[in-house]
Design a protein around this ligand. Structure first.
Ligand code: NAP
Length: 378
């Protein structure tokens, strides 16, 4: 039967229609990755040592967000014990200072005292992110590694919003780390070659970002903590991919997202007690925090990672490096390759974090950039 003009038009309209969720094949594939990681992570990562031996890091200054517990705590301790200057960027400064005291005591007699300090950072407040960056940049020192580790997964909890008006998973897992990464670019350029490491998750494979409804409030999609978490992690991969492409090679900043695996940490603190108990009964499958810290430590220190990032930059692939729990770089989800959506996520993110859309280019040129958030608001 001959195809008429109106058939073709209808076909084109269908193709053009905005995607409103993952296709069922993408969805099944996504959950396959999640279950596969849960069941086989120990097998696929069996070639890795624990703790992971690190190359020399004595000359590195590293910021680790959310380092009072779980994976971030391990990352901070191991980097400091290997000789790096570590800054614990945390909301609970008292807990961080107590940890430092404990680590110094355990370390005494094993070498020079650990070079580790605490700075306050609350990702639920974009003012706090701007304040942190202003204090850091004012020191005019180099920053070699920024590890955006802090994150939340408020399992089973109702939808909550930050005082900035954003859904909390979106703010803590994506918006605030994005703002921090952009505002710290001047220090990362001073520390070049330098790295931004985002502790992401295999759950981004089941995430979907509706760029017209980043806060999941329109009612088009029913909000659950799973939707909040997986979309925020996918948004982070998409934003990181555009950042990776927009940073010129000469800036010497490599951007990666990593998946730590399924790790026994406080991230399950909101699960019902009975589920938490079950979680502890399956230690064979679940990584310890030390095992879960390996992909981020690899991305932060392995000498081959910058070269790999450069290769990706010159490649047609529209994504940044994604390093899973076995430290063998892989591709992020199919949806993360959606160039058009990634660019919309980039634009929306800049609107939401209160920066002009050309902030990255201007900061690279050495210009000052004003943010809607920060101390001047108070
Ligand atoms: N555990 C897993 O199986 C798993 C799997 C995939 C990805 N991840 C990712 O790994 C990262 C670390 O999580 P984890 O498992 O180690 O969880 P965790 O033990 O709960 O640690 C999360 C850290 O983030 C901090 N944090 C939370 N909200 C913050 C805020 N508003 N401002 C500043 N810091 C904040 C927490 O500080 P407080 O101590 O003050 O609450 C804590 O130090 C997260 O990005 C998570 O999504 C974890």
């Amino acid at each position: 039967m001959a195809t008429t003009w109106s058939d073709m038009k209808e076909e084109m309209m269908k193709k053009k229609k905005k995607k409103e969720g993952l296709g069922w094949i993408e969805w099944v594939r996504g959950w396959f990755y999640v279950v596969y990681e849960m069941l086989f992570q120990r097998m696929t990562a069996r070639h890795l040592q624990n703790p992971m031996p690190l190359p020399p890091v004595n000359d590195l200054t590293c910021i680790v967000t959310g380092s009072t517990s779980g994976i971030g705590r391990e990352i901070a301790r191991q980097l400091a014990e290997s000789g790096a200057h570590v800054v614990m960027a945390v909301r609970n400064t008292k807990a961080a200072n107590e940890l430092i005291q404990k680590w110094q005591n355990e370390w005494s007699g094993m070498g020079l005292p650990l070079n580790i300090e605490v700075m306050e950072l609350d990702l639920l407040s974009l003012d706090s992110v701007v304040r942190f960056s202003e204090v850091w940049n004012a020191q005019l020192g180099p920053l070699h590694v920024l590890i955006n580790n802090a994150g939340i997964f408020s399992i089973g909890e109702p939808q909550k919003f930050s005082k900035d008006g954003y859904e909390e998973h979106l703010q803590v897992n994506h918006l605030a780390p994005a703002l921090l990464s952009v505002l710290l670019l001047p220090s990362l350029i001073r520390g070049s070659p330098s790295r931004i490491v985002n502790v992401n998750s295999v759950m981004h494979y089941v995430g979907f970002v509706d760029t017209d409804d980043m806060n999941v409030v329109s009612g088009k999609r029913k909000y659950t903590s799973l939707v909040g978490y997986s979309s925020s992690k996918l948004a982070q991969v998409m934003f990181s991919s555009v950042l990776h492409k927009r940073l010129p090679a000469e800036a010497g900043i490599c951007v990666t997202c990593v998946s730590p695996g399924v790790v026994q940490t406080n991230v399950a603190r909101d699960l019902p007690r009975i589920v938490q108990a079950g979680y502890r009964l399956i230690p064979y499958f679940i990584f310890s925090a030390q095992e879960g810290s390996r992909s981020a430590l690899f991305a932060a220190t392995d000498p081959h990672v910058p070269q790999y990032c450069q290769l990706l930059k010159s490649d047609d692939l529209p994504v940044c490096a994604f390093i899973p729990q076995d430290c063998n770089p892989t591709n992020p989800s199919e949806e993360a390759h959606n160039f058009e959506t990634s660019h919309k996520v980039w634009e929306k993110t800049f609107e939401m974090i209160g920066l002009p859309s050309d902030a990255v280019e201007r900061l690279i040129e050495g210009e000052e950039v004003a943010c809607r958030y920060g101390s001047h608001r108070e």
